[in-house]
Design a protein around this ligand. Sequence first.
Ligand code: MN3
Length: 206
Amino acid sequence: MHFDKAKAPFSLPKLPYADDALAPVVSANTISFHHGKHHATYIKVLNELIAGTPDEALTLAEIVARSAADKSPTARKIFNNAAQAWNHSFYWHSMTPKGSVPAGKLKDALDKSFGGVDGFKKAFTAAAVGHFGSGWAWLVKGKDGALVIETTANADTPIAHGGTPLLVADVWEHAYYLDFQNRRPDHIAAWLDKLVNWSFAEENLG
Ligand code: MN3
């Protein structure tokens, strides 16, 4: 992915669709805050934190991995902003206005791991809705190749733990509050029905 290659200073990646393309599930108003303010701020703060440091020679994913292993307060700030920058880029690509269905080896893997797409949706919904507070719900390829669902809190991300993410839903309230208020279950149901970018997930399966 393009954002895997970039180095500092990082810039806000363009969305892979128009800002009203995901409406009504994700409105242009939500996108204007979520992409234009939240995502932009993570990138701005990250650039400020790493200016003049060795992190400037690293890609975003490399900064996430380096700072994940460093428990100093400065590294925690760098981790939070770098991971949020990476997670949001991954999130925008996890959605498409075009509608898609799982195909090929991804469909086979979903059948094997969840007994089919409906089984995946049920398990993903339970994880995303059941996650307490801010965070992310992921479909991840585990080390043994099986697909698993994980949630991470706040900025945490599977790429800090050696995982290979295929797909992510943002379950921070800023992702859905303007459109669904407190109704995270309704947002996740609509997100799974209308917006999932299965071709992106298949590409990430490798
Ligand atoms: Mn977000």
